[in-house]
Design a protein around this ligand. Structure first.
Ligand code: PMP
Length: 432
């Protein structure tokens, strides 16, 4: 399977990993299968860079898949984690830092009147759905093709991220009954949403949506689409769940709900709020969250939920995220997008560079996709050639055509220039 250089630590580590883990990895996209290369093994990061086990340095646009918005090993975050660790790792009792981080999140996203911390985004989404079903007494949930909401059984149908990368329609091992409780619709298709509610009146518990799709590559919501979801759910008595695991604290402190001025009933968070430590959170209307045990009958718990190290890391990270720094991040991402477009044009390579705030994807198709089926209609082989050339040039991209790039506040003009310079060569190769 691996073809890395003989004698390198990388080859040896990958071989041992393949003997232990399915596909050699603990999360599918890390296996690099869709780009036809051996995976990389990273052991260090600083600011915008990461280093593999053979000491090769890369400009990193994966950003830990979102959390590394300050770059790697940010000193304030690292120091906060060390300080917390010295006082004990985890107690299984309430810790003051949980309240502090909860208050910071509530202040930034007021729709989370009450919230609960979990240990992953998957758990957050799973729990939000449970609350929605309990609150409405309904079973059906609407999701959009190409969205990824974690590996929640019922939401794996036509999912994005690794599911799309492996080109599989969903997951084996999900019972027909569970899969049957999900209605999958095309993103950005308001008429399809209305039709689904028309066909299933008073039966849909919730619509769960990535307000900006980031797991089929980046797909922006059409003007009015999120508003349509808000109005339709309200008039039917269903709930609107914004999955802001990626967009929360990335599209600004208030996430997508602030940017598009829509107040969802429930929100899920993860990634950035934990500063790089394992985390998730769900929250929303007080009357809904009061259904959660021990206040109410919806059971949800976690041994490591509200972990002091994750709280400390999250607090340190969120303290750095000022409006000014978001402005810089967005400006840098716009420069990167412009540079990539120029490089592609010069190489005669037809791509669409889609950017929403500090999220970006280069689609190997001529126009920006409006939904997952358009995104899937991209030239995967051209992407694989582009990816490989970039990697050889010291630029690490998400190893899938259906993932977002995650710029950080540590990326500056030097990294953008290096990336665009490598892209000039890579687009030439992608075209051939
Ligand atoms: N929701 C979205 C929008 C995500 O992008 C992800 C993970 N990439 C999840 C949920 C699941 O989060 P986790 O991997 O922490 O379980």
């Amino acid at each position: 399977m691996t073809t890395a250089v003989a004698g390198s630590r990388l080859t040896e580590i990958v071989e041992r990993a393949e003997a232990l883990f399915p596909g050699g990895v603990n999360s599918p996209v890390r296996a690099f299968r869709s780009v036809g290369r051996p995976p990389i093994v990273l052991e260090r990061g600083l600011g915008p860079h990461v280093w593999d086990v053979d000491g090769r340095r890369y400009v990193d646009w994966i950003g830990a898949w979102g959390p590394a918005i300050l770059g790697h090993a940010h000193p304030a975050v690292a120091a906060a984690i060390s300080r917390a660790a010295e006082k004990g790792l985890s107690f299984g009792a309430t810790h003051p830092s949980e309240i502090e981080l909860g208050e910071v999140i509530h202040a930034a996203m007021p729709s989370l009147e009450r919230l609960r911390f979990t240990s992953s985004g998957t758990e957050a989404v799973m729990s939000a759905l449970r609350v929605a079903r309990a609150a409405t007494g309904r079973d059906l949930v609407v999701k959009f093709a190409g969205a990824y909401h974690g590996h929640v059984d019922s939401l794996l149908a036509e999912a994005g991220s690794g599911v799309a990368t492996q080109a599989i329609p969903g997951s084996a091992g999900v019972s027909a009954a569970v899969a049957g409780s999900t209605i999958v619709l095309p993103f950005n298709d308001a008429a399809a949403v209305s039709a689904a509610f028309g066909a299933n009146p008073d039966q849909i518990a919730a619509v769960v949506v990535e307000p900006v799709v980031a797991n089929s590559g980046v797909i922006a919501p059409r003007a009015g689409f999120l508003e349509h979801l808000r109005e339709t759910t309200l008039s039917d008595g269903a709930l609107l769940i914004f999955d802001e695991v990626i967009t929360g604290f990335r599209l600004g402190r208030g996430g997508a709900q602030e940017r598009f001025a829509i107040r969802p009933d429930l929100t899920t968070l993860g990634k950035i709020i934990g500063g790089g430590m394992p985390i998730g959170a769900y929250g929303g209307r007080a009357d809904l969250m009061e259904l959660v045990a021990p206040a109410g009958p919806v059971y949800q718990a976690g041994t490591l939920a509200g972990h002091p190290l994750a709280m400390a890391a999250g607090l340190a990270m969120l303290a750095e995220l000022t409006p000014e720094r978001y402005g810089e991040l967005e400006a840098h991402t716009a420069e990167l997008a412009t540079g990539l477009i120029e490089a592609a044009t010069a190489a005669g390579c037809a791509v669409a560079v889609v950017r929403v705030g500090p999220l970006l994807t280069v689609f190997f198709r001529p126009t920006a996709p409006v939904d997952a089926s358009e995104a899937a209609d991209s030239d995967r082989n051209a992407f694989a050639r582009f990816f490989g050339s970039m990697l050889d040039g010291g630029i690490l991209l998400p190893p899938s055509p259906f993932e977002a790039w995650f710029p950080s506040m540590a990326h500056g003009p030097a990294e953008i220039e290096a990336t665009v310079a490598a892209a000039r060569i890579a687009f030439e190769l992608a075209r051939s």
